[in-house]
Design a protein around this ligand. Structure first.
Ligand SMILES: *Cc1c(COP(=O)(O)O)cnc(C)c1O
Length: 400
């Protein structure tokens, strides 16, 4: 991969015809070290946020040893990239073939589930050739929790509810020596209290079940910074999670896990796009809804932008973007504030696309290409550059 100081240097040197993904290894390394050092438990990287092998290697080199995988392709990819990594198959609905291959060929022992059917599926798929049940399974019950504090809901699809959880916990306990409870509060959880509410549900479920719990996994949802979404410092989240974890009726040596995706990689990448045409307040750019800007088009996510030309000096105005494919849905409403005199042939950097951005690119309509280049400058926003910690006295998180 080529190296440049920043996006402007890339544009000056290459005037690229295709979009370019700019990767910042130092930003991903810093995020990994932050979670490894400050989260009061184990941090699993949720691979779906960005499965690039270079990123997996950076996270591993900076202390992330466990990986949350959701498909057999992710299992194979992480196993091929990081032979020593611990893989946890945390999708609650898996195919028997995927479970079989994960367990028997890739050493995966940890699986999540939210139904008796899935429990039976896992137990069957992991039997040995003589039909004996596996004795080394580590199973994790996914509980449904509220997504009310999150920008993107993950509440509807997965998770058993409080009426089903106690029985499922008791049944699952009979098939494993290590039993966990997990949940996901939704992505980009803007308040630490999302985790408090969820842990309260865990308490209700395990009190009712009266089984020994060996692990609590608070899932992903840790935020990054975007225009209009400035979360409290992550230390606030870690502190409140730790306090509420300690107060749970669980095994004295129970483990605490989390599964950050977005928070570990949002700052890793930005995107350089070229303006192909201007029509009033609309800019036609060469990446879009079927590319790295899926969330900007489909869930109205806001990303920071900056113009990369030296000669644009006019005040800024609001623009919307059209992507390169031939349909109207390839549209990002923004608004994106850029210099008034921006025109066809100019370049724009769009920031904070390391999570659910670079990973979303498709080849639809022939527009999938993107070169990848390493840059050394800071991401457009950061949770980890020391600018976002508040003094203890200002801390809004109440102690129990
Ligand atoms: C998507 C996902 C994550 C990561 O979520 P973020 O909001 O990116 O932190 C973690 N765990 C599970 C089970 C997921 O599906």
């Amino acid at each position: 991969m080529q190296h440049f100081p920043d996006a402007q240097a890339v544009v000056r040197a290459l005037r690229p015809e295709e979009p370019v993904i700019l990767n910042r290894p130092h930003a991903a390394a810093r995020a990994a070290r932050f979670f490894v050092e400050k989260f009061p438990g184990k941090s699993l990287y949720a691979v779906k946020a960005n499965p690039s092998p270079e990123l997996l290697q950076i996270l591993w080199d900076n202390g992330v040893t466990h990986y949350d995988v959701a498909s057999i392709a992710e299992v194979r990819l992480v196993r091929a990239t990081l032979p020593q990594a611990t893989l946890c198959f945390m999708h609650p609905v898996k195919s028997p073939g995927a479970i079989r291959e994960a367990y028997h060929s890739h050493g995966v022992k940890t699986f999540s589930l939210d139904s008796v059917e899935e429990l039976e599926k896992i137990v069957d798929a992991c039997r040995d050739q003589d039909g004996n049940a596996a004795t080394d399974l580590r199973l994790c019950i996914r509980l449904r929790v509220s997504s009310e504090h999150a920008a993107l809901s993950l509440a509807a699809k997965f998770g058993c509810d409080l009426t089903e959880a106690p029985t499922l916990l008791q049944q699952t306990r009979q098939h494993c020596d290590w039993l966990g409870v997990c949940f996901h509060v939704g992505s980009q959880a803007m308040s630490p209290f999302a985790y408090v509410q969820a842990i309260d549900r865990v308490r209700a479920a395990i009190a009712e079940a009266s089984v020994v719990i060996d692990m609590i996994d608070v899932g992903g949802g840790f935020p990054s910074v975007y225009p209009g979404m400035e979360p409290p410092p992550l230390e606030d989240y870690f502190k409140i999670i730790h306090q509420h974890f300690y107060a749970l009726p669980i095994a004295y040596n129970a483990e605490l896990w989390c599964e950050p995706g977005r928070a570990l990689c949002a700052e890793y990448s930005s995107l350089v796009v070229k303006v192909e045409k201007r029509r009033g307040e609309e800019l036609y750019i060469n990446d879009g809804a079927y590319g790295a800007l899926f969330d900007a088009a489909h869930v109205d996510w806001k990303f920071p932008v900056r113009a990369l030309e030296d000669d644009l000096i006019k005040p800024e105005m609001d623009f919307a973007f059209y992507g390169p494919t031939c349909d109207d849905a390839d549209y990002m409403p923004g608004p994106f504030a850029l210099p008034e005199d921006i025109q066809a042939g100019d370049y724009i950097e769009i920031g904070m696309l390391g999570a659910y951005g670079a990973a979303m690119k498709t080849d639809f309509n022939g527009f999938g290409a993107a070169e990848r280049i390493i840059v050394q400058d800071e991401p457009m926003a950061s949770l980890y550059d020391g600018s976002r910690t508040r003094p203890e006295a200002d801390n809004v998180v109440s102690l129990r």
